[in-house]
Structures are given as C-alpha cells and as structure tokens.
Write a protein that binds this ligand. Structure first.
Ligand SMILES: [Cu+2]
Length: 265
C-alpha cells in the first residue's frame, strides 16, 4: 500500500503520471520517517528531562551535538529530494516539450470562464484561426477572427476529447478571472490567466471518461466547473474531429456567402 493509494489519489492515466506519484510517495515516506523520528525524540526528552529524574536544574544544558547532526541530515535529505527528484522530473517535462512540439501533437485551446470550460480545436487544417481578444462575444468566447480563413474549419466543443497514446498540447487561457485547469487523473494542472495562452501537455495511456476541475477558487460557482473529458481511440477521435470540422467549415462558408460583397477599389 503506497501513500498515493492510501490517500485515495485517483489512478494515474498519463505517461508521466508515474513519476509524479513516485515523487509523492518518496515525500510521504520521508515525512513518515521524520514523524516517527521526532516523536521518539520527544518521548526520550519527556523521560530524560522529567523533574523526578532531575530534581536539581542543570544550567549547562545539552552539550552534545546530536540534534545539530539530525538537522543537517534533514537538510541533506531535503536537498536530495529537490535536486535528485523534483528538478530532474521538471527538467524532463520541459525538455520533452520541445520534442513533443515537433511530433504533430493534438492541439486544443482551453478557455476558462465563470463558470465552465470551452474548447477550441484547430480543425482539419491543423491551424487555429487568428485570435483577437478585442472580438470577444463575451465570457468563454474563444475570440476567433471570423475573417481569417484558417479559422473557418475550427470548431468548439463543450467537453474535452483527446486521442489515446498521443501527446496533447492544451493552450490554457481564461476570459474573466484566474482559474486553474486541473486534470487529476493525468497529473497535470495549469493556471488559466486572462490575456495569456499557457501550454500544458500530457500523453494519455488509456481510453477513459473522466473529469476536469477548476483548481483555483474563482467565484461562488467554482465548485461547478467540473467538465467532462474523454480519452478515445485515435480512429474515433479522427472521425469526430473531421465531422465537427466539416460542419463548421460549411457554416462559415455559408456565412461568408451571405455577407454583402465589400467594395474593393
Ligand atoms: Cu474557476
């Protein structure tokens, strides 16, 4: 029974999740060792310095350096945790991001708002339409420039759908206040900040249906920001994305035709 299991942390379903869980386990074993060690020390002190064993006060106090050595030991272990586990894990993630960017990942923009998540997919051309925050139609709007042809096949989704065994890069933003996009089963989260587009990435290793939540208290309905997430087979993801993209393209082309021709001189 590892600490992650004991604490009821949901199972990990991402490629890098095992590393995060290992880190959580190591920290908890260390905390357990500290707890047991300091408790024993405390009990020893109660016995060693009890009034009945020491009827006369000793003004010299402790003369050995055991506690100093213990403290140094704690500092060393903490340094090992930070330099030996946390930094390499972080380095791995940031270093691999460069590689993942070149591997034709699945890309999605995530727009947080009070109180929900909106998803913007680039469509069949793989290119997002130009984003212009001045054009926003309100809270949760992805603010796609309707005049940019790259955006005509883009489509929106009220839930997140990603293919299994393929890296997904999510660009996280918000339209009102700071939220935090958290996918606990993927062991990943990122603040959603108005005006910023911050990437986060992960590779799901199993098909499943799960939830995303908001990890930042953002208002009275914060608790309702639970959103559906589906990890599906690549083939069914492709079918879904193609359908959505084609429908969106058709809508946008019709809209384009309905618009009165602009006089060009
Ligand atoms: Cu929120």
């Amino acid at each position: 029974m590892t600490p992650t299991k004991l604490l009821g942390i949901p199972e990990s379903f991402s490629d890098h999740g095992g590393g995060v869980d290992h880190m959580i386990d190591v920290v908890h074993y260390f905390m357990l060792a500290l707890f047991v060690g300091w408790t024993l020390f405390f009990l020893y002190c109660l016995w060693r310095f009890a009034a009945r064993r020491n009827p006369k006060a000793n003004y010299a106090g402790v003369t050995n350096h055991v506690s100093t050595h213990l403290e140094i030991g704690v500092v060393l272990i903490e340094a090992v945790l930070l330099l030996g586990f946390a930094f390499p894990l972080w380095y791995d993630r940031t270093d691999e991001f460069e590689i993942v960017q070149k591997q034709d990942p699945n890309r999605v923009r995530v727009i947080g708002y009070q109180f929900g998540w909106n998803y913007h997919y680039p469509g069949a051309d793989g290119k997002f339409g130009r984003i212009d925050r001045q054009l926003t139609a309100g809270v949760g709007d992805p603010a796609i420039d309707p005049d940019d042809p790259n955006g005509w096949d883009d489509f929106l989704s009220p839930s997140l759908k990603v293919p299994v065994d393929k890296p997904s890069i999510l660009q996280i933003t918000a339209t009102d206040v700071i939220h935090n996009y958290s996918i606990i089963p993927m062991r990943i989260q990122q603040d959603a900040i108005p005006g910023s587009d911050i990437p986060m990435w992960f590779t799901p290793i199993k098909t499943l249906e799960t939830y995303v939540v908001c990890g930042q208290l953002c208002g009275d309905q914060h608790g309702n920001m639970k959103g559906l997430m589906e990890v599906v087979k690549q083939s069914s993801f492709d079918t879904w994305a193609e359908e959505q993209s084609a429908a969106s393209l058709k809508r946008n082309q019709e809209r384009q035709q309905q618009q009165p021709a602009v006089a060009v001189n």
